[in-house]
Design a protein around this ligand. Sequence first.
Ligand SMILES: C[S@@+](CC[C@H](N)C(=O)[O-])C[C@H]1O[C@@H](n2cnc3c(N)ncnc32)[C@H](O)[C@@H]1O
Length: 423
Amino acid sequence: MAETTLQPPLRQLLKRAAQAVDDVVHKGHNLNRLLAIQSLAGRAAVQDMCYASLREYGTLAALRDTLLSKPLSDPAIAALLVVVLRQLRAHPEAAHTIVNEAVEAAAAMQPWARGLANAVLRSYLRRGDAEVATLPPVARWNYPQWWIDKVAQAYPLDWQAVLAAGNQHPPMTLRVNARRGSVAICLSQIQETGIEATQVGASALRLARPVSVSRLPGFVDGAVSVQDAGAQYAASLLDIRDGQRVLDACAAPGGKTGHMLELADVDLTALDNDALRLERVGENLIRLGLSAQLKLGDAATPEGWWDGVGFERILADVPCSASGVVRRHPDIKWLRRPDDIAQFVAQQSLILAALWQCLAVGGKLLYVTCSIFPEENQQQVDAFLLANDDARQLPLDCEPLSAGQLLPNDNHDGFFYALLEKN
Ligand SMILES: C[S@@+](CC[C@H](N)C(=O)[O-])C[C@H]1O[C@@H](n2cnc3c(N)ncnc32)[C@H](O)[C@@H]1O
């Protein structure tokens, strides 16, 4: 029987999820990389546990601490209790099984932890969530305090909605390939297979529930791709026309590369400094039946990859805090440190300055982040405009984006767009 079909016992799943949560919150590791090296058997269940535990980590850790008689110094057991509390809150009907399995998992990790896990979890079964209402803001909002403060300062009217949106389950959204037919026809083909979907953008269809891509009509041959509706603004904002020489400067895994090529016949160079991720651009383009020149290189040092001929359009989808997409990557909230933002700003500034040299006069550069922090967004652009008098920021002809900042909501993730023209 294939490895994927055997579901390991719950105690093992809890242990594996606890290990991953411990590695994220106490050791700073990236969750997707940790999951990628896990055994396939049970990986999906472990992933669900980790995502849910990290989305609600503030609440769960505070709840755990109210149940302990003294602080717990073992980080792995501390993480296990977080994972188990999440399972108990989500599946109260299975509480006794979960507690029994969790106690065995704790004992397997540390023999002394059997009694502690038993006491803490049974105490939770007696007391329930009563304490949650009185927990501090980190527990209430499930973000570190510095993050809450930053969002509240940037968006004094919307900060609660912005934080809440980042804790939702992300929608699965499709991009319809304009070369393969109309959005309306694609929508009806999808609905005919029993998949519920709604149009939420020019080419964007949001599914009511995530499904395996193998169930999507037309996915294999490139009629649809998975891409958030907020990310789908990039290709049309860049205003690309047939025949133009276009650079996609931070391209991998190629979502926006593919979209641009679906919209126009352009001579496109897709650059990324991560070889493995760049391979994924190639794979995505093969599925779409489209092509681009793939280049491995650092956007901040064009001398390594640029032939000196100006590009008419540049997409600069720069590395950023990813604070606009935390509902897809809940580990980010707990991995980022306040100082990281200044480092991203410095890196983005170098990339933007270098790419500007590669832009032809009269050309346009679209600066993009999936961040909601103003330093990485309009403040970054303002500093650039101050230092470059051959640059002007163009208005965005698109209602939800008029000020460039797209805040996360039910229909899309958080993004920032600024269109710059070279005079
Ligand atoms: C936000 S992701 C790009 C997403 C992509 N545009 C898409 O739509 O699928 C940022 C990318 O920038 C790449 N990157 C980071 N620093 C870079 C640099 N200095 N030069 C080129 N690429 C870089 C990362 O490897 C990552 O693939």
